[in-house]
Design a protein around this ligand. Structure first.
Ligand SMILES: *[C@@H]1O[C@H](CO)[C@@H](O)[C@H](O)[C@H]1NC(C)=O
Length: 484
């Protein structure tokens, strides 16, 4: 009897102990995975068919809502691609292919502009025409601002890679593309005026747009022309107007382009808000009020809303890296990348690989472009970590894709960018995968052609991060969880 009881107790103890042991090891394993991986649900990466607006915060600063131009939040109804983005999976994939194609042309034009600058630097710049090259494609996020008196609201794509702010203007002397908002009519505004072509202001256009300004024969109005990498362009009068950011933040005499001949893939928006580094950019024109500080958070998906805020006072969890001097002289904001970590795996790429071509952060480039050596190292580490998941076909520039449709949730290795100044930027899961469709989730990075090409930290990788541009203090900050 006693021995029976003993063995019974022994069994109970034994099973308790073993149960406990396996339970414990499972917990440790998951702890470890959670430490180095994101546990992701596919549905969280897919935009829903309706827009989720954030709860109103108590933020007193000038803050605008940021929308993705393709998605249920945008309401840019003239945009064909947007119309059924979620209703029809094929149309959706087409939209993504188109977005990635445009992205490639933006990257090409950025590379061209920067390499032309290098050539200008190398040779004697005085002996060359002052034409730094046309730039940029079109970007994907927009905000709404008021222009004129009385003010008219306009949706403008914001772009840290360009300087001139412009909008389409009546009477659209040559052509205007379709936009959602009524086209701005300067004759209906009491605060509009032309800049004259003899003024110093007019000559600033050369550096800001890459084109020398023109002059209207009759009124001596200053004429700007800016073209973008994908054969989009705007030509019109360089003008001054009252710009309203918020009821308390109104700027008189804001310099902008009043476009009479406009063409391109601006997705139903009315034009562009230039947040680059040149003196005519919005950042510089509003420096007295906002002290050259702005910050944004790009939403996780096209069905959520981010923000673009002007002025200081960001959240405390932001860590700053110096704005790099590599891209000095251009519109772009340079950063210094020191290394990349995938999971626990620090990639065997050195800081000098990134410094060869330099690196910029850009709100308008979608997919981050890396030196080919860094990309293949990142891709290999990522593929290894994802080896248990079925792969899917390539999409445009994205060559590492998975079919995750059979998983309720899955693990994606964390990716961290180490920047100068001891700043580690851990990407959100939304910043690692580009979801083309339920059956196609791709590593959202691509390789440049050459290790000497500029590295571009794109907008997918910036999703949900609070990114602070403190241009006065020459630093850029990153914080996690800025928006959803
Ligand atoms: C600006 O210049 C254009 C082109 O010469 C002219 O048609 C327009 O009337 C001018 N507007 C103002 C307010 O002077």
């Amino acid at each position: 009897m006693a021995s029976q009881m003993f063995s019974c107790w022994f069994l109970v103890l034994f099973s308790l102990c073993c149960f406990h042991k396996s339970f414990a090891s499972r917990i440790t394993q998951e702890d470890q995975l959670q430490h180095t991986h994101h546990l992701v649900q596919l549905t969280s990466l897919l935009p829903s068919s309706t827009c989720t607006f954030p709860l109103k915060g108590s933020n007193k600063r000038a803050s605008l809502q940021v929308f993705h131009k393709h998605g249920p939040c945008s309401q840019l109804k003239h945009d064909k691609a947007n119309a059924n983005a979620n209703a029809n999976a094929n149309a959706n994939a087409e939209t993504h292919i188109e977005i990635l194609k445009q992205d490639q042309s933006r990257v090409k034009s950025i590379q061209a502009k920067l390499s032309e600058r290098d050539k200008l630097k190398e040779l004697d710049s005085t002996s060359l025409p002052a034409k730094p090259g046309s730039l940029l494609g079109t970007g994907n996020y927009f905000v709404t601002l008021g222009l004129g008196t009385p003010k008219k609201y306009l949706s403008l794509i914001f772009d840290t890679g360009s300087d001139l702010t412009w909008t389409q203007c009546e009477p659209c002397a040559s052509s205007c593309y379709n936009q959602k908002d009524p086209i701005f009519d300067p004759s209906q505004s009491t605060s509009y005026s032309n800049v004259t072509c003899t003024s110093a202001t007019c000559t600033q256009l050369t550096a800001a747009t890459g084109n020398d300004p023109g002059c209207s024969a009759s009124t001596k109005a200053c004429i700007y022309a800016i073209q973008y990498g994908d054969s989009s362009y705007s030509v019109g009068y360089f003008s001054e107007e009252r710009l309203t950011v918020s009821p308390t933040d109104v700027f008189d005499g804001f310099l902008f382009g009043c476009g009479q001949n406009n063409q391109g893939l601006f997705g139903g928006t009315a034009g562009l808000l230039g947040l680059g580094r040149h003196p005519i950019s919005f950042v510089q024109q509003t420096a007295q009020k906002y002290h050259k500080i702005f910050s944004y958070c790009l939403p996780a998906t096209s069905s959520s809303v981010g923000y673009l805020t002007f002025g200081g006072g960001s959240s405390n969890a932001v860590k700053y890296t110096p704005i790099s001097t590599i891209a000095r002289g251009s519109s772009f904001y340079g950063i210094d990348i020191i290394g990349i970590t995938v999971g626990t795996n620090k990639l065997p790429v050195s800081a000098s690989l990134f410094s060869a071509g330099g690196a910029i952060i850009d709100s308008g480039t979608v997919i981050t472009r890396l030196p080919p050596t860094a990309y293949s190292s990142l891709r290999d580490a990522f593929r290894q970590a994802m080896s248990k998941y079925p792969s899917a076909g390539e999409v445009s520039i994205l060559d590492t894709c998975y079919d995750l449709s059979g998983y309720k949730s899955f693990y994606v290795p964390k990716i961290t960018f180490s920047l100068k100044g001891g700043v580690d930027v851990e990407l959100a899961a939304d910043g690692i995968l580009y979801v083309v469709s339920e059956k196609q989730s791709c590593l959202a990075f691509a390789a440049n052609e050459d290790d000497g090409d500029v590295t571009i930290f794109g907008n997918v990788q910036q999703r949900t991060l609070e990114v602070v541009y403190d241009v006065g203090a020459a630093q850029i900050g990153f914080g996690a969880g800025g928006c959803k």
